[in-house]
Ligand binder design. Structure first.
Ligand SMILES: [Zn+2]
Ligand SMILES: [Zn+2]
Length: 333
C-alpha cells in the first residue's frame, strides 16, 4: 500500500519536538508543533498550509519566525491552530517586528484558537501590517480540519496549562488493482488520480472518464479501486500524568499506524515528571499498548538522559510489549 502521508520528526529526541507531514501528490504539508524548524528545506516550508501547535512553550513555538519569514511572499494563506492563547502569542510575535514595507505582500495568517467547546478565529494580513482582526466564533466538535481526503482531530489536555494533542486520519485508502487494470487493457496515468478524487468526493456514478479515447462511467471503473482502512498518525506531547489525560489520549490515538509520544522523563524520575507536568517513557508505552497502536515513536527526552539515549526508548518499548527498542511492528506469536 502506497502511503498518503509521509511524516518525520524534524529534530532529534533531545531537540525541539516537531512533526513534518507531507501529503503525497499534493502541494501541501502540515506541522504538528513548531519548535526549531531550521532543518526544513525552503521547498518543504513553502508547502506548509496548516500548523497545529500543542501549546506555546518556547520549544514548541520558536519556529514561527522561521516559517513567517519563509512565507511572507506566499499567496496561499497559513492557518495556525492552537490552544486558547495562540492568537495572543502570534500577535505578540508579529508585534516584535516593524512592518512598514510589506503592504504589497499577499500573506494572510488565519489563527484558530481552541477554547473548550468553541473555536475563535482571528486573522493577520501583511497588507494591513499584520494588525489583528478578530473574526467568527464557531462550535468545536473535536475536528479541526476535514476535507474529502483526511481529518485532523484535537483534544484538550492538562500540562498545568491547556495543551492540545492531535491525530491525522485518512478517511479511507484507495488502492488501484493493477491486475484488473491490466486485464481490462487500461493504462496507468493521471486519470487514476482523477478517479480517486471522484471516489473520495462521492460524485455521481454517471460521471464520465475518457481513457485512451474511450469513455467510461465511474460506476464501471469502481472495480479497479480497492478501498481499505486509511492511514492514522497521532502526536501527543507535554502532558501531565493523570487519569483523565490518559483516558482521553488512549481514545484519540486508538489504532494509530504511528503514534509519536513524548517520553520526557523515565519512570525512575516519576516524581520529577509529576512536578514538571510531563509523561514518562513507561507511560508512553502503556498508552500505546492500551490504544493498540501499531508503531510507537518516543521523542522529546530530558537532556539528563543524553549519556544513555537508548534508555527512554527501551523503557517505552518494554511497556509497549515491543522490547526490540525500535518500535517496529512484530507479528503476534
Ligand atoms: Zn516541551
Ligand atoms: Zn511544555
Amino acid at each position: 500500500m502506497k502511503p498518503t502521508f509521509h511524516h518525520r520528526l524534524v529534530n532529534g529526541p533531545f531537540e525541539d519536538p516537531c512533526l513534518f507531514i507531507r501529503i503525497i501528490r499534493e502541494k501541501r504539508a502540515f506541522l504538528f508543533d513548531m519548535g526549531s524548524i531550521d532543518r526544513l528545506k525552503p521547498r518543504d516550508l513553502q508547502k506548509i498550509t496548516d500548523v497545529f501547535v500543542t501549546h506555546t512553550h518556547i520549544d514548541h513555538f520558536i519556529g514561527f519566525d522561521t516559517l513567517l519569514r519563509a512565507l511572507l511572499k506566499r499567496g496561499l494563506p497559513l492557518r495556525v491552530y492552537g490552544p486558547s492563547n495562540i492568537a495572543d502569542c502570534i500577535e505578540g510575535k508579529l508585534k516584535g517586528y516593524t512592518w512598514n514595507l510589506i503592504r504589497e505582500y499577499p500573506l494572510k495568517i488565519e489563527v484558530l484558537c481552541v477554547k473548550e467547546d468553541k473555536i475563535i478565529a482571528s486573522s493577520f494580513c501583511a497588507e494591513n501590517c499584520f494588525k489583528r482582526i478578530d473574526n467568527s466564533i464557531s462550535d468545536f466538535s473535536g475536528i479541526l480540519l476535514r476535507d474529502p481526503l483526511l481529518k485532523i482531530k484535537a483534544i484538550q489536555l492538562d500540562h498545568q496549562i491547556p495543551c492540545l494533542a492531535f491525530s491525522l486520519e485518512e478517511e479511507f485508502h484507495i488502492n488501484i488493482d493493477k491486475v484488473i487494470l491490466k486485464k481490462r487493457g487500461l493504462p496507468v496515468g493521471p486519470w487514476l488520480s482523477e478517479l480517486k478524487k471522484a471516489i473520495r468526493e462521492n460524485i455521481s456514478e454517471d460521471t464520465e472518464f475518457t481513457v485512451s479515447g474511450r469513455v467510461y462511467k465511474l460506476e464501471d471503473l469502481r472495480k479497479i479501486a480497492k478501498i481499505t482502512k486509511g492511514q492514522k498518525v497521532s502526536y501527543v506531547t507535554d502532558v501531565s500524568i493523570n487519569d483523565e489525560n490518559i483516558r482521553k489520549i488512549v481514545d484519540l490515538v486508538h489504532d494509530s499506524d504511528k503514534f509519536y509520544c513524548e517520553a520526557y522523563f523515565m519512570e525512575e524520575d516519576r516524581e520529577r515528571a509529576l512536578e514538571r507536568f510531563h509523561l514518562t517513557a513507561k507511560m508512553a508505552g502503556l498508552i500505546a499498548r492500551e490504544a493498540r497502536v501499531k508503531n510507537l515513536i518516543v521523542m522529546h527526552f530530558s537532556p539528563k538522559y543524553r549519556e544513555y539515549p537508548d534508555a527512554p526508548i527501551k523503557e517505552a518499548m518494554v511497556e509497549f510489549g515491543r522490547d526490540d527498542g525500535r518500535g517496529d511492528i512484530k507479528e503476534e506469536a
